[in-house]
Design a protein around this ligand. Structure first.
Ligand SMILES: Cc1cc2nc3c(=O)[nH]c(=O)nc-3n(C[C@H](O)[C@H](O)[C@H](O)COP(=O)(O)O)c2cc1C
Length: 218
């Protein structure tokens, strides 16, 4: 059985292009692995809890010195990290909200980035961080209402979404990332349609690389 962690971050459930595209990847995954475990982490519908004073105190206490209350404060974080560890691959659908990721997506990252659990410090000024999570493929699908956010594009300087996601994923060890972008969602015109078609092809290609070709049933 192969496990796929599916993370959706869009605040809307209907008409969400990132949700449609993560669903397409899930379909491809299920074609290849009919008994796959699909781990559904929908931060758009169920936003993670923002970190609190209790969370920070617990996170920065050595694991063997944590009180039961501290363990309770880290329960959500543990759940999310365990989901990553259980997954053979991860697909994420993340819209751009105000040039960055939605608050609910950032809250998930704030829960999973933990010293001593998902990263550590090294005694090396030039390279001070040590990712602790084992790498697994991440198919990262992002969507924007307008366009030009790609490298060299007119709005590249406003793109705090893709670089932030790529940086923080790699920071904890999830550095095998295939980034697939959709633009022009707000115009809903043929530029959007073409962008979606290209994203669909990229998703099928990404799925093809991660799954054996489905065997025809006789
Ligand atoms: C609160 C909010 C903020 C947005 N901010 C931006 C933005 O800064 N730049 C942009 O190009 N599109 C922006 N959009 C448009 C979305 O990125 C776009 O509609 C995307 O397709 C949403 O993802 P979804 O279709 O999966 O819901 C914003 C949309 C919302 C709802």
């Amino acid at each position: 059985m192969k496990s796929l962690l599916v993370i959706n971050a869009s605040g809307r459930v209907t008409r969400s292009i990132t949700r449609q595209l993560t669903a397409r990847f899930v379909e491809r995954w299920k074609e290849a692995y009919p008994d796959a475990e699909i781990i559904d982490r929908d931060v758009g519908i169920r936003p993670p809890t923002p970190v609190s004073e209790a969370w920070v105190a617990a996170s920065f206490s050595p694991a063997d010195q944590r009180t039961p209350e501290m363990h309770a404060a880290l329960e959500e974080s543990e759940t999310f990290i365990e989901e990553i560890l259980r997954a053979d691959a991860i697909v994420m659908g993340v819209p751009m909200y105000n040039f960055g990721m939605p608050a609910q997506m950032k809250a998930w990252f704030d829960q999973i980035v933990r010293v001593g659990r998902s990263f550590d410090f090294k005694d090396d000024e030039a390279d001070p961080y040590l990712p602790l999570l084992p790498s697994r493929p991440v198919v990262l699908i992002t969507a924007t209402g307008t366009s030009g956010y790609e490298p060299g594009g007119l709005n590249e300087r406003f793109n705090f979404l893709d670089p932030h996601l790529q940086s923080v994923l790699s920071f904890v060890g999830l550095d095998n990332i295939s980034l697939i972008r959709v633009g022009f969602e707000e115009s809903q015109d043929k530029r959007f349609k073409r962008s979606v078609e290209e994203a669909e092809l990229s998703i099928d290609r990404a799925a093809g690389k991660l799954t054996p070709v489905a065997q025809p049933v006789n």
